[in-house]
Design a protein around this ligand. Structure first.
Ligand SMILES: [Zn+2]
Length: 113
């Protein structure tokens, strides 16, 4: 769960260390530890997040974080571990980014938890 400066530092450290693939932090800021090809599904997915960031403005990251907590809580309430992987696949903004990219709704690439 990302909810303070230390969590952001951890997230950025994970990307830099290659433990986390690619993250869109803002409409003008995608960070990645991998090579993102221009014609790749990953870039199309991240462009879906860019559209979200443009639409939500300053609410983009707070909305993402809040929904992440909601998905984690819902999974745990029905006995499914709220792991990063489980939450990521079902996060509404991830599913929406996949929809915008014309990918399978549960697409999650190969380098993102
Ligand atoms: Zn995503």
């Amino acid at each position: 769960m990302i909810n303070n400066a230390a969590d952001w530092k951890r997230l950025l450290s994970e990307v830099i260390a290659g433990e986390r693939g690619t993250v869109t932090l803002h409409a003008l800021l995608i960070i990645s530890a991998t090579t993102v090809r221009p014609d790749s599904p990953l870039l199309r997915h991240e462009q879906g997040h860019v559209e979200q960031a443009n639409e939500l403005g300053a609410a983009y990251l707070p909305t993402y974080i809040r929904q992440r907590g909601e998905v984690s809580g819902a999974l745990q309430a029905i006995g499914i571990p709220g792991t990063d992987r489980n939450v990521y696949k079902l996060h509404p903004m991830e599913v929406d980014a996949n929809r915008r990219a014309s990918l399978s709704l549960l697409w999650h690439g190969n380098a993102t938890p």
